[in-house]
Design a protein around this ligand. Structure first.
Ligand SMILES: [Zn+2]
Ligand SMILES: [Zn+2]
Length: 286
């Protein structure tokens, strides 16, 4: 039994190390599959996406480490692609042309600030507040509804294989309580997204990026039972930016998933994702 991770970043975007360093750590942990999903380039400046002129080298380097990987470890080539209407989507022709193994689709940007800049919900608390105030007239509920609406649009129009950190906007509640995560309207927003993912066979990752610092998962474990009841396909991803974080919190998440009744995780095996039994020590491979 061993783990896999399909969402991770290396030094081609905002990840810290060369791809080889993650492969080395994956081997040390006897992982079965490791997928690289650097932030796909965007046609405007960000603090974390890959510059467009590095894309070719990234793909070539992942191909190389994949070919060199010892038997028993599968290395996959992917990108975390933004959904920004009219600008980028996981199934954009430029992305499809890259023939990736799979695509992680995420929403980091919601509409634009009055100065024309794309508003990131994945940045500082002050930038979060600036967007809520200037785009949505200070109405957090409106901002959140737009965030979830964009993710639903991404599921329909962008067809990612994996939905990335689907309620990451909660990170701002760590700094200051901006909204109540148990309010009916909020729960309904999350649930309608999760249901849509299930209906479209999009795998929903349980993202553990904030586990070591904040003991937080995206989506929140509050939704795990609803996800099971609605046949949401899940996998566990670390969104690692450092090799040491490759399987952060996986045992804990696996335990929470089994405790609500989940029996299968969706895992890459033989060229596609399929359901595999698991427990808190890892995945049972065929
Ligand atoms: Zn992301
Ligand atoms: Zn990521």
């Amino acid at each position: 039994m061993s783990w896999s991770n399909y969402h991770g970043h290396c030094y081609y975007c905002d990840g810290k190390e060369v791809p080889e360093a993650y492969v080395k750590e994956a081997l040390r942990q006897q992982m079965r599959v490791i997928g690289f999903s650097c932030h796909a380039p965007l046609p405007f400046e960000t603090g974390w996406t890959m510059p467009a002129d590095k894309l070719g080298a990234y793909l070539a380097e992942i191909d190389l480490v994949s070919r060199k990987a010892p038997k028993g470890l599968t290395v996959l080539k992917s990108l975390e692609v933004d959904y920004i209407p009219e600008i980028m989507r996981p199934n954009h022709p430029e992305i499809q042309a890259l023939e990736l193994d799979y695509v992680v689709g995420s929403v980091h940007y919601v509409d634009r600030l009055p100065n024309g800049k794309h508003w990131s919900i994945d940045n500082s608390n002050s930038e979060f507040k600036e967007g809520v105030d200037t785009i949505f007239g200070g109405d957090v509920k409106k901002a959140l509804k737009r965030y979830f609406e964009l993710q639903r649009q991404m599921i329909i129009e962008g067809t990612p294989d994996i939905l990335g950190h689907c309620d990451k906007i909660r990170m701002h509640n760590l700094v200051h309580p901006h909204f109540c995560e148990t309010d009916d309207w909020y729960v309904q927003e999350v649930q309608s997204l999760l249901k849509l993912a299930a209906e479209n066979q999009v795998i929903v990752e349980i993202n553990t990026k904030y586990f070591s610092r904040q003991a937080m998962f995206f989506p929140s474990q509050e939704h795990f039972k609803f996800m099971l009841d609605n046949d949401v396909r899940v996998t566990i991803n670390s969104d690692a930016h450092r090799p040491e974080a490759l399987t952060d919190g996986f045992s804990v998440v696996a335990g929470l998933l089994t405790s609500v009744g989940y029996e299968y995780l969706w895992e890459w095996d033989g060229g596609l994702f399929s359901p595999h039994r698991f427990n808190n020590e890892g995945i049972v491979w065929g």
